[in-house]
Design a protein around this ligand. Structure first.
Ligand SMILES: Nc1ncnc2c1ncn2[C@@H]1O[C@H](COP(=O)(O)OP(=O)(O)OP(=O)(O)O)[C@@H](O)[C@H]1O
Ligand SMILES: [Mg+2]
Length: 226
């Protein structure tokens, strides 16, 4: 994984008046109004390729929601290569894996982040089978429990190899945001990712186009699925 520079990664907190932070607020608005008929309290971010910007988007979207007055919990569901504790600069000694294995109640595993209104459930110790862990039967109970502590749960997910597992997981949630890296995502990959999500009845809110790395300007367009 490329080195994560926290100040840059968490631009919504480091520089709230920047154009990039504004893009995240726009993404927040688009997500909020993607489907006004359904309350949105649980959301996953997935992408057809590794490194498309999922973790960056989860963290900044969480901050953007918190800046609008929501209590947000970020759940690091990337048990293969977890990164939220790096972005928020928190501990990762206990977390999702500890809670799902029954070692720790969820509220004790939550950690405060530097962003007011955002708490993190880090991934925690390595899981023996990361993909299955995400789809563990205990996950529904965990989600219900966490919802007692927050208005919104935002889930990071692992990279490409686990897209099928991420899709199954996303189907348990209110919505899923598909991230496309404009430099890397091929149209076909994006379409098959969307097809996969729809096959398992995940509720695709839209595609966030990350214009990424060249311009250093972060993303923002939320396109409705075709
Ligand atoms: N729009 C952008 N502009 C500049 N840098 C970006 C942008 N989007 C992501 N990055 C950087 O690219 C790298 C990969 O992003 P990130 O870790 O968010 O992707 P990911 O999809 O979570 O990756 P993985 O699949 O490995 O979990 C990070 O260093 C991040 O800071
Ligand atoms: Mg990631």
């Amino acid at each position: 994984m490329p080195a994560v520079l926290p100040q840059e990664s968490l631009i919504t907190l480091a520089d709230p008046t920047s154009a990039a932070a504004e893009q995240f607020r726009r993404l927040r608005t688009n997500v909020q109004f993607a489907d006004v008929d359904r309350p949105l309290r649980t959301l996953a971010v997935v992408s057809p390729q590794a490194g498309g910007g999922k973790s960056t988007i989860v963290a900044n979207l969480a901050v953007a929601f918190a800046q609008a007055g929501k209590q947000v919990i970020v759940v690091d569901g990337d048990l293969v290569n977890p990164g939220q504790h790096l972005i928020f600069e928190t501990a990762n000694s206990a977390g999702l894996v500890s809670v799902l294995s029954g070692e720790l109640p969820a509220d004790l595993a939550l950690v405060a982040t530097p962003a007011p209104g955002v708490r993190l459930l880090p991934a925690g110790p390595p899981a023996p089978n990361p993909a299955q862990t995400l789809n563990s039967p205990r996950m529904d109970g965990l989600i219900a429990g966490l919802l007692e502590f927050a208005d919104l749960l935002l889930f990071d997910t692992p990279a490409i190899a686990s897209l099928a597992d991420s899709a199954l997981f996303a189907a348990r949630l209110d919505g899923v945001l598909l991230v496309a890296d404009s430099g890397q995502s091929r149209r076909g990959d994006l379409r098959s990712a969307r097809d996969l999500l729809e096959r398992v009845h995940a509720h695709v809110l839209g595609v966030a186009l990350n214009h990424g790395h060249a311009s250093r300007g972060l993303l923002g367009n939320l396109l409705t699925p075709a």
